[in-house]
Every structure is written in C-alpha cells, then in structure tokens.
Design a protein. Structure first.
Length: 374
C-alpha cells in the first residue's frame, strides 16, 4: 500500500456573472408576465399567482451574492430562463470536457506534473452531458493521458467521493497518479423558474491531482483518511433520465429539473455532516474542536456552514478562517464547492496543519477527506 497526497488543484471560472439583482429583475419580469397572462384563471381561483423574489431574501437565507454561469443571456431572458448552449458536432470537444480540460491543466501545473505522469482520469459531477462515451475518456484524450478514465455521479458529493476513488487507486497501485475533475454546469439543469431555488446554483469546474506521497512536491497534502456515507432521501431530487421517453413523461416537467425541500435538507443534513466529520477525525486520533486548522466545507448555504462549524468547534465564536466561505461569490456549485474553498484557502497553512474537505448534499451523501500539509 502506498501513502497518498493531493499535490495540485485547478479551477475554471466562467467569464459571465449574474448578480442577485439581475437575477431577481428577470425572475420578477417572468412572474409579472405569468400573472398577467393567467389573470382570469387567477381571479376565478383556479390558479395561484406567482410571488416575486427578492435579493434581500436570497442573501439573508443563503449568503449568496452572485453566481458565475457559462451563458447568462438565456438565463436572464424572462421568456426562457435557461442558458443558450449550442449543440456541438461529434468531432468538437464537448462543453463539459472543455472546462474540465482547462481546470485539469491548471491542477497538473500546480502539481508540477505533465500528462505523462497521470494514468487515470475520473470525471465526477452531479450531471453528465451524455450517457457515453464517458466524459472522462474524452477529457483523457484531449489532455494526452494514457491509462483509463470513467465517470461517476454522487450529486453534491461527487468530488469527495471522486477523491476517495482516486486515493484508493493510488494507494493500491492501480494508478500512480489520478486526475479527478468536477465540471459542474448546474445552469443547464437548474429550475430558474422556481422562486424557492432559482438563486441557488452557479457553474464552475474544479480538478485535483492525487498521487503517491513519495512523488508529490513538497507542500502537498498527505491524505490521512477518507470516509463516505449515504442515506436515501427524496428531499433533493431530479427525475430526468433515459426512461423519460418510454414513460411518455413530459421532458420539460418540473420534476425533470432540480427540486428540493430546502428547510428539511437544512435540518437533517447539518447534524449528519458535523457528526460524520467528528467521528472521522476521532477515528484518526484528532479532536474536531482542537486539532483541525481548517474546514473546507460544501458551499450550499452560509447559515448551514456556520451551524456545522459551531457544532464541530463546540463554540459559537467561530473565526472566519476556520471554515472559509466562497459561496457568496460562486453560489452552490454542486460538488465543486468544497474543492474551490480548498483551492482558494489553503496556501497560508503550514507544514503539519490538518484540514478537512467535506461535502454534503443529495442522496443524502456525505464525504470527508482529512489531509495534512507536508
Ligand atoms: N424571495 C423571497 N421570498 C422567498 C423566496 C425568494 N426567492 N423563496 C422563498 N421565499 C419565502 C418563502 O415563501 C417563505 O415564506 P413564508 O414564511 O411566508 O412561508 C420564506 O421565504 C422562507 O422560505 P424557506 O423556509 O424556503 O427559506 P429558508 O430559510 O429555508 O431558505 C434555502 C431556503 C436557502 C433553500 C435553505 O432552506 C437552504 O439552503 N437549505 C439547504 C439546501 C441544501 O443544502 N441543499 C443542497 C442542494 S445541492 C445538492 O444536493 C446538489 C444537487 C445536484 C446539483 C443540482 C444543480 C442544479
């Protein structure tokens, strides 16, 4: 068995930004048109009028101030409320592969390795652009990597579960170095027309290089342990799938996009995530309150992360740098959030510092990765 390290991370950030005010203005224009178009049915009591959204609610309820998207014009068009994306010919790199190649190259540069050093690619994300060939194999080809590649999906926990797969491959010798990428184009399956969740998501791609500790550059992060947990829940769900056609289901049905019972998720997942991390740390001989320099938490909701940090640290006085926040800038980027936090907020730690990368979300699924700086 080999010791394993995370030796580099990479981040692709789309160039287009949607602020809360822009989003709310287009959503409210959609609401006004819907209510005007259905005025008679609403007056007869046959339809409920739609309610407006508000920037103040979004920021107070979630901490989100803006989000990056691949294409904003379509999202902000009140007659459309989803991005304009062009179908590409088969001989052109797919959009998901394109952003994964960008983040993957940056992660390899950060690790100081070239494609010849990598022998596996895992593409792990909340949605795949197509069924096959695997996105990972297209990314592998575009980067000139030998070996093998495969796709996997555990919704918001895709990145931490992907890191565990990469760690196990390197630990057991199946691969010497793995590139694990998380292209999250959430804008294409987000329910932009639903006031309860229209503000939640943003697009991004993260990438991580996992390799043998002995091969990793100084300043890499030794992986001390990984721990995964799942528990079935219908509280976050998306019924889009390959059987929709045979079921004669409406391909544009509300349940074919992201849906959640946000309040229930908040209440149920916070204690699960805190318990998961403290148990994992204890199994490695660490105390969650005293031995961890930083928590890079899943970025879904600021209030959620503050609650989890308080539980882990046993105090209501949590220093901002204990659990850094990136969701104000990025919103929820499905599986990529904890990796963005790690990517942006780990350089200042010193040799021997211990940290935890942790995701939690649909499934429910929770994944934690405990690392120590070399
Ligand atoms: N503007 C104004 N008012 C609003 C709005 C709005 N946009 N939305 C709701 N309200 C109103 C409600 O109607 C309600 O009014 P009233 O009290 O009169 O009934 C009031 O505000 C409070 O509503 P909520 O109880 O719904 O508000 P919360 O305080 O619970 O906040 C949140 C809502 C922010 C959604 C919160 O519940 C939350 O963040 N929960 C956790 C969610 C979470 O972590 N989910 C994980 C999902 S991500 C995941 O698992 C990955 C899936 C794969 C990716 C998919 C990509 C598309």
């Amino acid at each position: 068995m080999h010791q394993v390290a995370i030796s580099g991370t990479g981040l692709f950030v789309p160039s287009q930004v949607i602020t809360n005010d822009e989003l709310v203005a287009s959503f409210n224009a959609y609401v006004a048109k819907y209510n005007a178009d259905h005025a008679e049915a609403i007056a007869r009591g046959e339809l409920q009028p739609l309610a407006e959204s508000s920037s103040a609610f979004i920021e107070a309820a979630s901490g989100i101030k803006q989000r990056y998207v691949i294409e904003k014009e379509g999202v902000l068009n009140p007659e459309r409320l989803h991005p304009y994306l062009k179908e590409r010919p088969n001989d052109q790199l797919s959009l998901m592969a394109e952003i994964a190649v960008d983040a993957g190259r940056k992660a390899m540069d950060a690790a100081g390795v070239g494609p010849e050093a990598i022998d596996a690619v895992i593409c792990s994300a909340a949605n795949m652009q197509r069924a096959y060939p695997a996105m990972a194999i297209e990314i592998q080809e575009a980067l000139g990597i030998q070996g093998y590649g495969y796709d996997m999906n555990v919704a918001c926990s895709s990145a931490t579960f992907g890191i565990e797969q990469a760690v196990n491959a390197v630990r057991t010798g199946t691969a010497k170095a793995v590139l694990m990428v998380n292209p999250e184009i959430t804008s294409a399956h987000q329910a932009w027309l639903d006031r309860d969740c229209h503000f939640i998501f943003g697009d991004v791609c993260t990438a991580v290089v996992v390799q043998r500790l002995e091969d990793a550059k100084p300043g890499s992060w030794e992986v001390l342990g990984t721990k995964l947990a799942t528990k079935f829940s219908n509280n976050i769900r998306n019924n889009f799938g390959f059987m929709n056609r045979s079921e004669d289901a409406d391909p544009s049905g509300r349940d074919k996009l992201f849906m959640q019972e946000g309040r229930k998720v908040f209440k149920e997942v916070c204690p699960m995530a805190a318990e998961h991390m403290s148990t994992h740390l204890a199994s490695l001989g660490y105390n969650s309150a005293t031995d961890v320099r930083r928590y890079w938490l899943h970025q879904a909701n600021l209030n959620m992360n503050q609650l989890i940090a308080k539980k882990l640290l046993g105090t209501s006085d949590v220093a901002a740098d204990k659990a850094p926040v990136i969701l104000d800038e990025f919103a929820n980027t499905a599986s990529a959030g904890s990796v963005i936090a790690f990517h942006r907020h780990s350089d200042d730690l010193v040799k021997g510092d211990v940290g935890v990368i942790c995701s939690f979300g649909a499934g429910y699924s929770i994944g934690s990765v405990v690392v120590r700086k070399t």
